[in-house]
Design a binder for this molecule. Structure first.
Ligand code: NCD
Ligand code: ZN
Length: 421
């Protein structure tokens, strides 16, 4: 096959950074080696930079269609690409919720040619779901066991168990919002501590325990794990696990306002620190942002009325890369949790720099750190709890060999494709 383009420099390959030349053809990596000849175009990144595989975010809410005042596929994927996220998996709690093939196909045509990165669209698990028809069209399914934005709750065993069985029989992975709604209280709330009281850790544990009871060893992914105990239970059941940055950063006594209202809730300092050390040790499979944009006005309303959800698509990975720069997190852990595992767990040919994988690449100068400026972020929601935090942003980002970001600025076009056609 003719090599169209060669990128050369210090490259992340199989857990190591070493000099390599990457040959690309038709958006795919075709060869990786010390010397790759040919290529109409050759790019030498220089000795001070590194090439990583693009990140894949297994959990975003881009609100399109139906809630596009909060976010849309263009703005959400614009935020993604500036963070080096070259593929996003979008959750089904859009309007109308993605529960059947017709709604899914409508959502696919609504967002076609508007995405700046590749994407996959999840379907929601509902009672009476036609899982077999949906499976070839989605990277995975999403089960909501606790109430949250979107009202697609499925938490009673008589309905949940047969539907989950049907979904798992398709071979696709099922991501779960694991908070047992029976243990969630709806009492009035004035701050994140009240929100935590209403949504105790037992809700997470019981949801995981119930899934483990019926579906041990199945292709289940527990989203936004908030406790080390929940993490242990999920791992013991053979489930994959996902963690957000906000559960690693925030705690109820300092982060009290509706900006930090999120499901599952921010917990206490001791819990946060214990979860963070498990994360640093490499015990979590994936980082998912759970990017859940709501407008600044909605988040500024009284705590009880404000919607739950924190935006994080453009800030999470740059803050993780700052942890790498500062020596707090090994680069291998970052790439494993944000590139390799999300792609492998959802069966997508991305996340590694190796022949046969999509040429989703990003280039970093790890000497350059900056402060997050909320006014410069691209999400339509216009707010973020991460203003002022240190971050390392990618300089160049490529999606299937096409340069989408150069010198940190978007220079591409909406070439994003659905990973399930
Ligand atoms: C999410 C949203 O707003 O869509 N909110 C949240 O608090 N995380 C829904 C969800 O994932 O629970
Ligand atoms: Zn979510």
């Amino acid at each position: 096959m003719d090599i169209e383009k060669v990128i050369q420099g210090r490259t992340y390959i199989d857990g190591e950074l070493r000099y390599a030349e990457i040959g690309i053809s038709e958006g795919r990596i075709v060869t990786v080696g010390r010397l790759v000849s040919g290529g109409d175009e050759r790019v030498d990144i220089g000795s001070s930079k590194i090439i990583l595989p693009g990140f894949m975010d297994p959990h975003v809410h881009l609100r399109d269609p139906g809630m596009t005042a909060k976010e849309d596929f263009g703005t959400g994927t614009m935020a993604a690409v500036h963070a080096g996220v070259t593929c996003v998996l979008d959750m089904p709690n859009t309007r109308p919720p993605v529960t059947d093939v017709e709604t899914l196909m409508d959502k696919k045509s609504a967002i076609r040619r508007r995405a700046n990165v590749d994407y996959g669209l999840f379907a929601a698990v509902t009672s009476g779901i036609n899982a077999g028809m949906l499976a070839p069209l989605v990277p995975g399914f999403k089960l909501f066991m606790g109430s949250t934005t979107g009202n697609i709750l499925l938490n009673e065993d008589e309905e949940m168990i047969p539907s989950v069985r049907d979904v798992l029989a398709t071979g696709k992975r099922m991501s779960v919002h694991a908070e047992d709604d029976h243990l969630i209280s709806k009492e009035a709330e004035h701050c994140t501590r009240d929100h935590l009281r209403n949504r105790p850790a037992e809700a997470e544990w019981n949801a995981i325990r119930r899934l483990a009871g019926s579906f041990k060893g199945s292709r289940i992914n527990i989203c936004h794990i908030t406790t080390p105990e929940g993490l242990d239970m999920a791992k013991a059941a053979g489930f994959t696990t996902e963690v957000t940055l906000h559960h690693l950063m925030f705690e109820v006594d300092r982060n009290t306002t509706a900006e930090y209202k999120v499901n599952p809730p921010i917990r206490d300092l001791d819990n946060r620190d214990r979860l963070f050390s498990r994360f640093i040790k490499g015990d979590v499979d994936m980082i998912g942002t759970d990017h859940a944009p709501h407008t600044a006005e909605e988040k500024a309303s009284e705590f009880d009325a404000a919607p739950g959800g924190i935006p994080g698509l453009e800030t999470t990975m740059p803050m993780i890369m700052e942890m790498v720069r500062a020596g707090r997190l090994p680069i291998q852990a970052a790439v494993r949790m944000a590139s390799e595992n999300p792609a492998a767990n959802f069966g997508i040919r991305k996340g590694r720099i190796a022949p046969g994988y999509d040429a989703d690449l990003q280039i970093y100068d790890m000497r350059i750190t900056s402060e997050i400026d909320v006014r410069r972020l691209h999400s339509k929601c216009g707010h973020s709890p991460y203003g002022g935090y240190a971050a390392v942003f990618p300089e160049t980002v490529m999606v299937r060999g096409e340069v989408q970001v150069e010198d940190g600025e978007f220079c591409g076009e909406p070439l994003g494709r659905d990973v399930c056609g």
